[in-house]
Design a protein around this ligand. Sequence first.
Ligand code: PXP
Length: 247
Amino acid sequence: MSAPVHPRRLRLGVNIDHVATIRNARGGEHPDPVRAAEVVAAVGGDGITAHLREDRRHIRDDDLQRIQQATSLPLNLEMAATDEMVEIALRHRPHAACIVPERREERTTEGALDAAGQHNRLAPIVARLTDAGIRVSLFIAPEVRQLEAAMRLGAPVVEFHTGEYAHAAGAAQAEELRRVADLAALAVKNGIEPHAGHGLTYENVQPIAAIPQLAELNIGHYLIGEAIFVGLEASVRRMRDLMDSAR
Ligand code: PXP
């Protein structure tokens, strides 16, 4: 029997893209991101995150269906705001779709989606995905104007880009942390579920995990990198433990 879920438990979505990056380096089938998804499911991960990029540099189209068939974990599809990706999302019906920038002009200075500057382009996409029962998330910087833009777009979820936090140190990192915490509180106050991700590691995850309003973290590169040394099961477990003890 699985353990009861604490109401304040922070979900961990594991981004398995970089298993596919290694596979693609040789063009064969190994290592298979589906096997990574199965390991994540077996160790109690809460979801699988995968980014189908326009250039297919890691996850490929057929991986999506294979991942969905192999585990019952919710799939969070990271996707650019393009017609092609919307059609793919509508075909696969993932649990969630996180809209991310791929081109330079779609990004804010922090590399997150410029939801404020792209309302007209994003509005029909958010509406189509939502109508199909897909939970839309926008990958935005922890800024009031971006959160307000997400609210105007009717997105039920935002994921705050933690790259600036991850790359900062000392007082600058404390300031970035405060921005994420303030915006997470503001999101909840406005009925939006806040998530966070990008650049999180064993060393920097705990202050973020301690933000009580956050519902989910999406972590990939570090977990897959650590898995080379300790195995994916162990790297996911350690991250899970750090997240739990931060709360
Ligand atoms: N969340 C989103 C929206 C992402 O695009 C990514 C990958 O860049 C992540 C989380 C995970 O970031 P990382 O691989 O640095 O853990």
